[in-house]
Design a protein around this ligand. Structure first.
Ligand code: NAD
Length: 413
């Protein structure tokens, strides 16, 4: 807790630069927590407007409204997409030695950005690297945003489908419920299962991790059994491992019947650090009835379906394959609220004795720092840049698997 003679630390929130981004990195709900931890918050005027938070909503909770430069002058700069957008290169010169930058960085896709920020002397935290552990869940932006995306994917599937989702018994006859198939039962997949169930459809789901079965069934969906040797009993940090080409091929063959019988397929399969596995081929899609819909959540990672194009709807013999991008940005009020809470919780870990300590001995902080002391400090990013590896720190003590994620619990309600 800050004392009265300690100058308060300042968090700055600029408007997002990335084209089409509607979210904001902090929302008014997170402000009391930050104030209590010793932070003052300055928001660039209008930064929350597209997310549904006018300037007054921030000032009501004690924030100050300022210019973009005021936000960049803060001790801690928070952004949904760090330095992403046309003006970003020019803005690198606004960063300075000792400043802290936090947000989604895409550090492996943008290693040069990490290097450039390291060059300014700022300390950069990539929130995508927050570990998937029980303790870190409240700071995990990938989980909070994926839960929102899974929900929205179902709404898109339902509105594009020329059929009803629920069973309907009327004097004019009975309408059968739609059949929804969810591929990948991680955070987004579980949210999609829960949403589809609430809307009255029959839901089936598949995941390569056998542990997913229990979660799928607890949400009232049927787990599709595929006799495959996936070797996923022990994933790393809650993520799946990559399957061999041969196993993927077998998976496609075994899954073709389920896909063909579905009205809506929602694909969410991902293997961290690689492009998305292509699970649904064009041939499989041709087996579906015209009018059916596929919503591919992995579109930005290359897609789980062969014909997927990110940001577009591709027609395959009357089946719509929708390559959705930035779905959280379509629900910016709540996506920003969750993102902001993740940021506030993350920042709270670094406050020691009323001061910000970026070197605090905490696994969540240590795993997400990518630039510090003028250098790139994440070995995978260093590798991408052709830099020599740094000595690896001692591995953290193992934690129980995060099978009781808030997303799963929330979805189960
Ligand atoms: P997650 O890691 O929690 O879940 C992915 C699941 O896929 C895991 O359970 C994994 O076991 C499973 N999987 C991996 N390979 C598989 C295979 N061959 N067959 C079946 N299942 C397989 O990830 P998440 O946070 O739920 O995100 C899912 C996807 O959605 C990611 O690609 C993510 O980038 C994307 N996403 C998209 C948006 C958007 O707006 N488009 C938003 C958030 C997340």
């Amino acid at each position: 807790m800050a004392t009265t003679d300690t100058p308060r630390m300042v968090v700055g929130v600029p408007r997002e630069n990335r084209a089409g981004e509607t979210r904001v990195a902090l929302t008014p709900t997170a402000l009391p927590q930050l104030t209590k931890a010793g932070f003052d918050v300055v928001i660039e005027s209008g930064a929350g407007a597209l997310a549904g938070y006018p300037d007054a909503a921030f000032t009501d909770r004690g924030a100050r409204i300022g210019t973009r430069d005021d936000a960049f002058a803060a001790d801690v700069l928070v952004q949904v997409n760090v330095m992403d957008g046309d003006a970003s290169n020019a803005e690198l010169s606004k960063l300075r030695q000792g400043q802290v930058v936090i947000g989604a960085v895409a550090p492996f896709a943008r290693p040069e950005l990490v290097k450039a920020i390291a060059g300014t002397g700022a300390t950069l935290f990539a929130l995508e690297l927050v570990p998937r552990s029980t303790r870190a869940q409240s700071m995990d932006i990938l989980s909070s945003q994926a839960a929102v995306a899974g929900y929205k994917a179902v709404l898109i599937g339902a509105s594009e489908l020329p059929k009803m989702f629920p069973l309907l018994t009327t004097a004019a006859g009975t309408i059968a419920p739609a059949k929804v198939f969810i591929v990948g039962a991680g955070v987004a997949g579980l949210a999609a299962i829960a949403t589809s169930r609430r809307m009255g459809s029959l839901v089936e789901a598949y995941d390569v991790r056998p542990a997913a079965r229990e979660e799928v069934e607890s949400l009232g969906a049927r787990f599709v059994e595929l006799p495959l040797e996936t070797g996923q009993e022990e994933g790393s940090g809650g993520y799946a491992k990559q399957l061999s080409e041969e196993t993927i091929k077998k998976q496609q063959e075994l899954m073709a019947k389920t896909v063909a019988a579905s009205d809506v397929v929602i694909t969410t399969a991902q293997v961290q650090g690689s492009t998305a596995p292509v699970i649904i081929t064009t041939e499989m899609i041709k087996g579906m009835a015209p009018g059916s819909v596929i919503v591919d959540l992995a579109a930005e990672q290359g897609g789980n379906c062969e014909p997927t194009v990110a940001g577009e709807i591709v027609d395959v013999d009357g089946v719509k394959v929708i390559g959705v991008v930035n779905l959280p940005g379509e629900i910016p009020v709540h996506a920003s609220q969750l993102f902001g809470k993740n940021v506030a919780n993350f920042l709270g870990l670094m406050v020691v004795g009323g001061k910000l300590d970026t070197g605090v001995d905490d696994d969540v902080i240590k795993e997400s720092v990518v630039a510090a002391g003028g250098d790139v400090v994440n070995n995978r990013v260093r590798e991408a840049l052709g830099l020599e590896k740094l000595p690896e720190p001692e591995p953290p003590a193992p934690e129980p698997a995060a099978d009781d994620t808030p997303a799963a619990e929330e979805a189960a309600k």
